[in-house]
Design a protein around this ligand. Structure first.
Ligand code: 5GP
Ligand code: ZN
Length: 114
């Protein structure tokens, strides 16, 4: 996807503070952090949202969640706790249509979310 901002980050066409990358995923800090730790994990494969996910992505999504836990450890919030969020569609406020997992922590997070 040539005009997708997260694909541009994957191709290193725009800069990001990259925390982790491998042949399948990339993790980088959110440009407008909503908590002391706010990292995004994305697959290299362009998938617009959870709505586009099928059975063939089951193992990829599982590995992304394992990465989320690793990033929480790396960021030192595994004991204090954190939240993993996947905004999907208009009511969620999804802005970027390349699926991404927010990892948020480092402060007490409100519930229910706003
Ligand atoms: P959404 O609302 O779609 O779930 O979240 C998109 C997130 O991507 C937002 O938290 C926003 O701050 C972040 N974001 C948007 N553009 C960029 C960018 O160019 N670089 C980085 N690092 N984060 C971005
Ligand atoms: Zn993309």
């Amino acid at each position: 996807m040539s005009d997708c901002i997260f694909c541009k980050i994957i191709r290193k066409e725009i800069p990001a503070r990259i925390i982790y990358e491998d042949d399948e995923v990339l993790a980088f800090d959110d440009i407008r952090p909503q908590a002391p730790v706010h990292t995004l994990i994305i697959p290299r494969k362009h998938l617009a949202s959870l709505k586009e996910i099928g059975q063939e992505e089951a193992s990829l999504l599982g590995r992304i969640l394992i990465r989320a836990a690793e990033i929480a450890r790396l960021k030192g919030i595994d004991h204090s706790g954190y939240r993993v969020v996947v905004n999907t569609g208009p009511d969620s406020g999804q802005e970027v249509f390349h699926i991404h997992f927010h990892v948020l922590g480092g402060r007490r997070l409100g519930w229910p979310p706003g």
